[in-house]
Design a protein around this ligand. Sequence first.
Ligand SMILES: [Fe+2]
Length: 182
Amino acid sequence: MLFQAIKKTLDFPRSSPVVRQGYIDFLAKTFALSHNGHHGLEHWMRVLINGRLLAERNGADIEVVEHFALVHDVMRENENMDLHHGPRAAEFIRAITGTWIKLDEHQLHLLMEACRYHSVGRLDRNVTIQTCWDADRLDLGRVGTVPRTAFLGSELARDQNFIEMAIMRSKKRFVKEGFSDD
Ligand SMILES: [Fe+2]
């Protein structure tokens, strides 16, 4: 079971009411690409960790950040220049609101905005949206890219030690047990 394999990751640095077994399984099955690629479950877990570490310190809405980690790439159709996967994720969020996602209107707006524009290289003044993007960009080490501070939106995200720790995590695998794409 997926959840068992990644339970340790999900509890780091704390467990969450947002990230549940059924939700993870549902998203993992919805994802059309390989989870062994650059945008699957391994990446989602690292974005989740980055997001939690940032939100703990900067006051971002943790529920929005956690949902973002899990859904922002779920609608990808390829591993490369899939320009519309952000807007598709926003539509997907609308479709699963009330079932898998239970947020108030403001939170939902933030989550959809964060997903819609997450890959266009912007900065945003809203701390929650920016934390989502920072959490994602801090995992660029998985493709051999060092995150650029010009594209990171908070002091903590731009901290050299924090970036180095994220790069170290980006090279690790978190789904340790028997994960397959079946
Ligand atoms: Fe991503």
